[in-house]
Write a protein that binds this ligand. Structure first.
Ligand code: ADP
Length: 556
């Protein structure tokens, strides 16, 4: 721990809250630059909307959302149209302030004309979302799932999902929303931080009872009722991969800005918390992504009025210790060295292989304490009879457990005594099924290429013009004057609603909008994703030819 700053370089830097240390030139940091901004409610909703525009069916796991205040008229108009076309539709909406967490400031409404909505949104931007009225209930209670996902690398994309997660329960029996029960947070919101204050909250030492349980205990229950748990897992894996595919374009822009290519810098990894709600029909719906999930393995207990004590929480410990331990195992720099050595020398003396990780803990730990060493109690993540994280859609191929693939010389490995990995690789393992969705990633690559000055996240007018010229997008129907107007129109609109006013210029989302606009203009009759794909291929082809020409002429 370096509470007053760090002097020596480390292998692994473990920051409490965010990527914030610009003096790291090597090693690995446990946060990506810009992750906090990328998963904020508004930014996430925008990224999901872009993907829903391109691939509506693939991204129907995110509730229909509108961004306030700028989309209030759109929200009112769309709800009116939907109600007119289906008078039996009696929706409920949930309003969530941007940047809020732990249920803070969240409320439900039945109609866009609700007075609270129009009153408060001017001061606090928010997302308003269709409320999922028919969640799956267990013991008559609504619950959500917190799953831990390791984004191990952005380029190439590497994603791992933890085999077990947490289920957090409401503390009042669920009823579908009515005007009478809309305000009952213990019935509608599953946040632990809210429900802990309910007199019905049950702390349990068992993982399958109480107000916080393991997800595997829920799966066991569902499985015993005959539910298709394998299909559920495969839907969850798809949801996670698709969500990360929606987030990577923005993350790449932040990454190149903080850690410019070609300069010494660290690589990054990050543990994310995915909040997922299961619908009655077992369809998983994404609620949000947490950049900084709590890793606390204790909870507060009131011993006598006003006297609190931290006591261990076995459910949290069961899930979280394994996630941290296996994240460290996966990013262990010695592991890579060992693998490399094994390629050259078939027999490695055990003494060479050591567990040596320098841990820089800048910032808070959320009160967490953990032990990286092996604890057999944490090895049996899922109950044996239950199907676990095994299938992905269409693959029909099972995910072998890491423990089932012994590394050469496994007995000599310092990991030999550790439980099998709780983190399962899902990407690139299933990249074939999902790569076609990565269109915006390619648009972001164009954006980054034309950013020019390293360290920026916004494109200036000259950069935009160069993009148009180099990709040969201007012609007699689309003059350079029209290009400038497009740039100014879109940039001005995005900057007027943007959260980041630090830099002027065109942000990635604005560039994506401009790109979609150009694609629609050029390839009128195709569906949007085909228009975008065609334009991407057109641009990439011209840029490749240009690069070749430059190489030939030695322009660097
Ligand atoms: P916060 O970051 O404040 O926890 P969330 O988006 O996670 O915000 O929402 C808080 C809680 O509200 C969730 O845990 C869930 O129980 C409930 N919730 C959020 N969105 C929806 C929705 N669209 N439908 C039903 N319940 C929701």
């Amino acid at each position: 721990q370096f509470p007053f700053g760090r002097r020596l370089p480390c292998d692994i830097y473990w920051h409490g809250v965010s990527f914030h240390d610009n003096n790291i030139f090597s090693g690995q940091v446990n946060k990506f630059p810009g992750m906090m901004e990328t998963v904020r409610k508004i930014t996430l909703s925008r990224a999901m909307r872009t993907m829903q525009d391109l691939f509506p069916l693939e991204y129907n796991f995110y509730p229909r959302s509108w961004i306030l205040p700028e989309e209030l008229p759109l929200f009112v108009a769309e709800v009116r149209v939907m109600k007119d076309s289906d008078p039996s539709w009696k929706p409920t909406f949930i309003v969530k302030p941007d940047g809020g967490c732990q249920g803070d400031g969240i409320y439900l409404i039945k109609d866009p004309s609700d007075i609270r909505l129009t009153g408060s949104i001017q001061s606090r931007p928010a997302v308003v979302q269709e409320y999922i009225c028919k969640p799956l209930l267990v013991d008559k209670l609504k619950f959500d799932i917190r799953l831990y996902v390791l984004l191990k690398s952005l380029e190439p994309l590497e994603i791992y999902i933890a085999k077990d997660g947490l289920s957090r329960f409401c503390t009042e029996p669920y009823q579908e929303p009515t005007l009478k029960n809309l305000h009952q947070v213990f019935m509608h919101l599953t946040n632990y931080s809210l429900n802990i204050h309910s007199e019905n909250f049950i702390h349990s030492d068992s993982v399958n009872t109480g107000s916080k349980r393991t997800f595997s205990s829920i799966l066991c229950r569902l499985s015993s009722r005959g539910a298709d748990v394998k299909k559920l897992w495969s839907d969850i894996i798809s949801l996670v991969i698709k969500t990360i595919i929606a987030l990577t374009p923005e993350l790449k822009v932040y990454y190149q800005s903080d850690i410019p290519a070609g300069k010494p810098g660290p690589t990054c990894f990050q543990i994310l918390g995915f909040d997922i709600l299961l619908m009655k029909n077992l369809k998983p719906m994404l609620l949000e992504v947490n950049a900084n999930p709590s890793m606390r393995i204790e909870h507060e207990q009131e011993l006598s009025p006003g006297v609190f004590e931290n006591v261990p929480s076995p459910v949290d410990e069961e899930v979280k210790v394994a996630v941290i331990r296996d994240t460290l195992r996966l990013v262990d720099p010695q592991k890579k060295k060992r693998k490399d050595t094994q390629c050259f020398v078939s027999r490695v003396p055990p003494a060479v292989v050591q567990w040596e990780v320098s841990l820089s803990m800048a910032g808070a730990w959320n009160g967490m304490s953990f032990n990286v060493s092996s604890n057999p109690a944490h090895s049996g993540i899922l109950c044996r009879r239950c199907p676990s994280l095994e299938h992905v859609p269409g693959s029909g191929e099972s995910l072998p457990d890491a423990a089932e693939q012994p590394e050469p010389d496994a007995a000599r490995s310092p990991e030999a005594g550790l439980p099998s990995l709780c983190l399962k690789q899902v990407f690139p393992k299933y990249s074939k099924q999902f790569n076609y969705l990565r269109l915006v990633d390619r648009v972001a690559a164009l954006f980054i290429r034309f950013l020019g000055v390293k360290g920026t996240t916004k494109l200036g007018p000259t950069g935009f013009r160069t993009f148009i010229r180099n990709c040969k997008l201007s012609n007699s129907n689309f003059s350079m004057a029209a290009v400038d107007i497009l740039y100014i129109d879109i940039t001005r609109r995005w900057n007027s609603m943007g959260i980041d006013h630090k830099e002027s210029g065109m942000c990635l989302q604005a560039f994506v909008e401009a790109f979609f606009c150009l694609a629609q203009k050029k390839y009128k009759s195709l569906p949007l994703h085909e228009q975008v794909l065609s334009l991407l291929e057109f641009c990439e082809c011209h840029l490749a030819a240009l690069d070749e020409k430059r190489l030939l002429w030695g322009w660097g």
